[in-house]
Design a protein around this ligand. Structure first.
Ligand code: BGC
Length: 256
């Protein structure tokens, strides 16, 4: 097992990549706090936690809006108290909603940035305090190929992921001396609920598959495997960078 005894928090852990990551971290021996956003996701998050440990010792579900500072302070404090520390933060919570930029309402822009970027910052800052005191820890930010591939109709999402890229790189430099690694993982198109608008539309699905050299959507477990590696000592020399896990999507096959 790669993560025996580690203490982890996964934001947005009730579904998709977050769920697969929480389960995989636990398989590798970590204790896991499974964050969820609202009442709507509560039972899914609780199901993830009880799949790991029905007794609630090795895993529990915790509600928090990652964009709300007080929620994040409470969540990280609770995690530290229950587990006696925090070794791994997976900043996974993220949302997207297509909108042409000319018609993009400010509140939509703010909602996306608040969850995807400000949320990552708040969790990173609070987790960083715990990790700095321990002189060790790993933060894995769930970015996207859209931290470097522009995506028409998703300017807010791309801005959030582009921001995450430099947040990762900058904080990795600040915290290297504290024994904290900070890195990002950039998934391509993964078969999760965030993509249901494409997965449920045969034509759109086919088009996206055509953009991927491996010819298929990725599985959440394939991202979870990368997170586990990134969080483990196997990746002890990896910080301030992005690991791309995208079936080759970022080689821009359309241009070849
Ligand atoms: C988005 C997906 C999209 C993928 C590749 C991800 O960041 O969440 O909706 O399919 O990037 O374009």
């Amino acid at each position: 097992m790669l993560l025996e005894g580690r203490r982890a928090l996964v934001t947005g852990g009730s579904s998709g990549i977050g769920r697969a990551t929480a389960l995989r971290l636990a398989e590798e021996g970590a204790r896991v706090a499974v964050n969820y956003f609202s009442e709507q996701e509560r039972s899914d998050a609780e199901a993830v936690a009880s799949q790991i440990d029905p007794a609630g010792t090795r895993a529990y579900a915790v509600q928090a809006d990652v964009g709300a500072e007080a929620d994040v302070v409470r969540m990280i404090g609770e995690c530290r108290d229950r587990f006696g520390g925090l070794d791994i933060l997976v900043n996974n919570a993220g949302i997207e909603k297509q909108a042409p930029t000319l018609e993009m309402p400010l509140d939509l822009w703010e909602r996306i940035l608040r969850t995807n970027l400000t949320g990552a910052f708040l969790c990173l800052r609070e987790a960083g305090k715990v990790m700095a005191a321990q002189r060790q820890g790993v933060i894995v930010n769930m970015s996207s190929v859209h931290e470097f591939i522009p995506w028409p109709g998703f300017a807010h999402y791309c801005a959030s992921k582009g921001g995450l890229k430099l947040l990762t790189e900058t904080v990795a430099r600040e915290w290297a001396r504290l024994g904290i690694r900070v890195l990002s993982i950039a998934p391509g198109a993964i078969a999760t609920p965030i993509n249901s608008f494409v997965l449920d539309d045969a034509e759109a699905r086919h088009r996206v598959e055509g953009e991927i050299p491996l010819g298929r959507f990725g599985r959440p477990e394939e991202i979870a495997a990368a997170v586990v590696w990134a969080a483990s000592d196997q990746a002890g020399y990896v910080t301030g960078t992005t690991l791309v896990v995208d079936g080759g999507m970022s080689t821009y096959p359309k241009f070849s």
